[in-house]
Design a protein around this ligand. Structure first.
Ligand SMILES: *Cc1c(COP(=O)(O)O)cnc(C)c1O
Length: 397
């Protein structure tokens, strides 16, 4: 192991990510493409590496990100398939994104006007490429998007008639597809379909790429596949919520997180451990110090609650998790010595700690936990069974 990985590292298994896409593809209608959501640095897994591995698959028709900067970064790393920015894009990015052939979500009239203006200015100079947009329809999130009614229809007509704009797609987003009761998501799907029908009746235009399903929709609402689906969390082998059925698709978690024991000591009964003394040794104990903390994204909420794996056995977190260190009880693991590997997330022997378990224990959301994995954690990517790249991963991709 290279020395800079001794403190902590995340191992991202790109074969698992690819296998998760194959599992997704297997439950989709044959014509449905997979638009992989790699926002937030691929939910903390590393967007450059994940997208490069995913791009190799025919099933992957493109990528979705949250911001213009994330889209630019994918292109900078050589990603060639279509990229869509799901959120609002500010006008300063329009020219750059058009040049990079990045699609933008559109739902504001001023976006249409500005895109058209920029297209015409670029055409005067050196580039006649149109601005490709996917119109966002709000069917129940009340977040962004046009309304699925006559007012919204006027917007779509305006977009269709605006010079320099190509309406490539139209989409909506489920607010509650991850709940057992699918009635709300089904209603959203129905409203979206009705809006598309109205649009077709009024304009005769069938917008080529229609989409709505997120991870939960993919797993449990096969009727809502449409032209592409937008999986995020399940790409990484994580579950959208505990209510989503886990027997319909097999997912493999892609990320493991490892550290090392850097200090070992015996403490006497009555000795407080860490800030605030919220843990006091009830007996003589053997304590190991782990050089990772909440600044690495290891939740402070795991204070006195979490556990790690050492030699395939559970070692409970004792006392508060500090910014950069925390302590665990290894009284029951006498073979522990300094330098031993510590599994914070992942498998060791028969035991496994999942992102979902840490989410439950810390009172947080698995999505949030993945996204919060610190930038100071070096990543190691494995592919085709061996280490693909080391360093921070960002040099290679
Ligand atoms: C984040 C996001 C997704 C992916 O959601 P998951 O629950 O991770 O699958 C899909 N569509 C939109 C619009 C999003 O913002």
């Amino acid at each position: 192991m290279m020395e800079e990985f001794q403190r902590i590292y995340a191992q991202v298994d790109l074969d698992a990510v690819k296998e998760n896409v194959r599992q997704i593809k297997a439950v989709l209608a044959p014509k449905t493409g997979v638009m992989c959501v790699v926002k937030a640095d691929a939910y903390g897994h590393g967007a450059g590496a994940a997208a490069a591995a995913l791009e190799e698959l025919d099933a992957v028709s493109g990528f979705a990100v949250a911001t213009a900067e994330e889209a630019v970064e994918l292109r900078r790393k050589g990603i060639r398939k279509p990229v869509l920015v799901l959120g609002y894009t500010f006008p300063y990015s329009y020219e750059k994104l058009i040049r990079l052939d990045v699609r933008m979500a559109a739902f504001r009239y001023d976006t249409l006007e500005e895109l058209s203006r920029i297209h015409m200015a670029m055409r005067q100079k050196d580039c006649s490429r149109k601005a490709k947009i996917h119109i966002k329809v709000d069917t129940g999130m009340s977040r962004i998007g046009i309304t699925p009614d006559r007012e919204g229809l006027a917007f779509v007509k305006k977009a269709l008639g605006t010079e320099g704009i190509e309406v490539e797609g139209i989409f909506t987003h489920f607010a509650r597809a991850d709940e057992r009761d699918k009635s709300s998501a089904q209603k959203q799907y129905f409203v979206f379909r009705e809006f598309l029908r109205l649009l077709y009746e009024e304009t005769g235009v069938d917008i080529p790429i229609k989409h709505c399903s997120n991870s939960a929709g993919i797993v449990e609402m096969p009727e809502a596949n449409m032209d592409v689906v937008r999986p995020g969390i399940i790409l990484y082998g994580l579950w959208p919520s505990p209510e989503v059925r886990q027997d319909l698709i097999r997912l493999t978690p892609a990320l493991s997180l490892y550290s090392r024991v850097v200090y070992l000591k015996e403490i006497e009964k009555g000795t407080p451990v860490s800030y605030g003394g919220i843990f006091v040794a009830p007996k003589r104990m053997r304590v190991a110090t782990i050089p990772a903390g909440y600044a690495d994204g290891y939740p402070r909420g795991l204070s006195n609650k979490g556990y790690v794996l050492i030699h395939g056995k559970k070692a409970p977190v004792i006392g508060r998790v500090c910014m950069d260190q925390f302590m665990v009880d290894v009284s029951q693991i006498p073979e522990t010595v300094m330098g031993d590997q510590v599994t914070l997330i992942g498998k060791d022997g028969e035991e496994r700690i999942t992102m979902e378990m840490l989410g439950d224990l810390s009172g947080r959301f698995n999505y949030e936990l993945a996204c919060d994995l610190g930038k100071r954690i070096p990543r190691i990517y494995t592919k085709d069974g061996s280490v693909l790249c080391t360093g921070d991963g960002h040099q290679v991709f």
